[in-house]
Design a protein around this ligand. Structure first.
Ligand code: FAD
Length: 455
């Protein structure tokens, strides 16, 4: 067994058996589909950011039409297969299912995976590249969920689309970030390739800003979409952060996804968001004996979804609340995390208390968020607030011909940034790009013939 396989085996079934280890059999899928009440005004559809017609795809599964069900899903959500695996369904469709009030909700996520796997697994081509091209060129920066969703919509409308991606593979965090036991690289890339095969030009290994000048794209295209996501994992900026064994969660998870990560024996993860839970459970699955999440506030303030927290606990991850790391100690490699306790002051603000604590650790994973892309946003001269691009509902920035979608517009407040939201924003931005390009053409008295103009 090679090293990669060995790591994959520790990480979970999907990574070992190939991407298509469907978690539900035909019989189970039929039985589950039969539970759907086909509500008249389905709350599950309203709860889905991409508005998938859930009762319709479930009805198709019930009648044995698995590919038809997948088409219904992909029509609304170009990344329907990844979303089936990674969506916080408890918070979205399944959380809204009427069955949830009296019994368990219909397992919409598993049914969605069952349907979409049929297409990806068999390489079924659901869409033909349009026969009637339209005379527009668009550039997309980033082949993550937002960029891919926009590329699909623009390509189906018949436009010329180029996606610039600095990595070698498409998919963004689906390919390089989300742990393999939830979404394998194989599924993420296969789904991205289904989109790119619609005549999209894919420029891999091209960093916009470094290899291509932003102005060159804005001048030569009818619209440019910024779908660059967020940047590297943030650092704490405390003493000892340069020691061996200390790394940020984004790097650690990427290495895990590529089968290159090794876990220490005693691992401390700093932060209590979803990425921290992912890093901690991944470290456990890679064989760490003890994994402790350290968070400077209380359990109540933790930002991770409840189901992520419950999952981490079920994987044996331990939690220490109200502890703030102030220094990493070790000779060459980290051996200890020095922390101070925190407490609430009378005004309700968190402050450092006197008491110190020492946690032994041979690996520390810092999971306190990702940096913003100031560099790229400034290079495109788009207004932003603290690194989050300012856009209207359709993804228009304040700069004509420049649009933005996905994590790069996420303000950090309210709901977590998710794949499904990035997909919806990418779709909307594509529609705005097409509409605006057409308006400009009409303004200049030019013909607007084409196959799929939005009105
Ligand atoms: P990204 O996925 O980050 O894609 C951006 C792409 O742009 C990247 O491929 C990048 O290489 C490329 N790029 C950047 N700059 C340039 C440049 N200058 N030139 C060319 N290319 C460039 N969401 C869920 O819904 N469920 C989950 O379970 C989940 N788990 C997560 C786990 C982790 C560890 C993390 C970090 C996030 C997770 N998320 C999850 C959030 C989700 O992954 C993101 O919200 C989503 O990927 C955002 O999509 P995006 O297209 O905006 O950005």
């Amino acid at each position: 067994m090679n090293g990669r396989m060995e790591v994959a085996q520790m990480m979970g079934a999907e990574a070992v058996q190939g991407p298509w280890s469907s978690t539900i059999s035909d019989v189970e899928a039929m039985a589950e589909a039969a539970r759907c009440l086909f509500c008249e005004d389905p709350p599950c559809v309203r709860a889905c950011p991409t508005g998938i017609d859930i009762p319709l795809f479930i009805r198709k599964i019930a009648s044995g039409n698995r590919v038809g069900a997948a088409k219904t899903i992909f029509d609304a959500n170009p990344l329907g297969s990844s979303c089936a695996r990674v969506c916080p369904t408890d918070e979205l469709c399944e959380g809204a299912c009427v069955w949830g009030k009296s019994s368990r909700p219909v397992e919409i996520g598993r049914l969605q995976q069952y349907a979409t796997d049929a297409v990806l697994e068999r390489g079924v081509a659901l869409y033909d590249p349009p026969s009637q091209p339209i005379p527009y060129r668009f550039a997309i920066i980033g082949a993550g969920p937002a960029g891919l969703a926009a590329a699909r919509e623009l390509a189906l409308a018949g436009a010329q689309v180029t996606v610039y991606e600095r990595e070698q593979s498409p998919g963004g965090l689906n390919t390089y970030g989300i742990p393999p036991f939830r979404l394998s690289e194989g599924v993420a890339v296969a789904e991205a390739e289904m989109i790119l095969s619609l005549g999209v030009r894919f420029e891999r290994g091209v960093d916009v800003g470094m290899h291509v000048r932003p102005e060159q794209l804005v001048d030569s295209c009818d619209g440019v979409l910024l779908a660059c996501g967020l940047g590297a994992g943030k650092r704490l900026g405390i003493e000892g952060e340069e020691l061996d064994g200390v790394m940020d969660a984004i790097t650690f998870l990427r290495m895990a996804k590529e089968g290159r990560a090794r876990a220490g024996r005693e691992v401390v993860v700093i932060g209590a968001g979803n990425t921290a839970m992912d890093a901690a459970t991944t470290a456990r699955r890679l064989g760490a004996e003890r994994v402790t999440i350290v968070y400077r506030r209380s359990e109540k303030e933790m930002t991770a979804y409840r189901f992520e927290y419950a999952f981490a606990k079920s994987e044996g991850v331990q939690f220490r609340w109200k502890l703030m790391p102030v220094r990493f100690v070790g000779e060459g490699a980290v051996q200890e995390v020095r922390c101070r306790q925190t407490e609430l002051d009378p005004s309700g603000a968190w402050r450092l208390a006197e008491r110190e604590e020492r946690l032994s650790a041979d690996q520390v994973i810092v999971a306190i968020g990702q940096a913003r892309r100031w560099d790229l946003l400034d290079a495109f001269q788009v207004p932003h607030r603290d690194g989050a691009v300012t856009v209207d509902e359709q993804g228009r920035t304040r700069r004509p011909k420049v649009y933005a979608a996905g994590d790069c517009v996420w303000s950090g407040k309210g709901a977590e940034a998710t794949v499904v939201v990035a997909v919806e924003q990418g779709k909307r931005a594509a529609l705005a790009m097409l509409k605006d390009a057409r308006s400009r053409r009409v303004e200049h008295g030019l013909a607007t013939e084409g196959s799929a103009w939005p009105t």
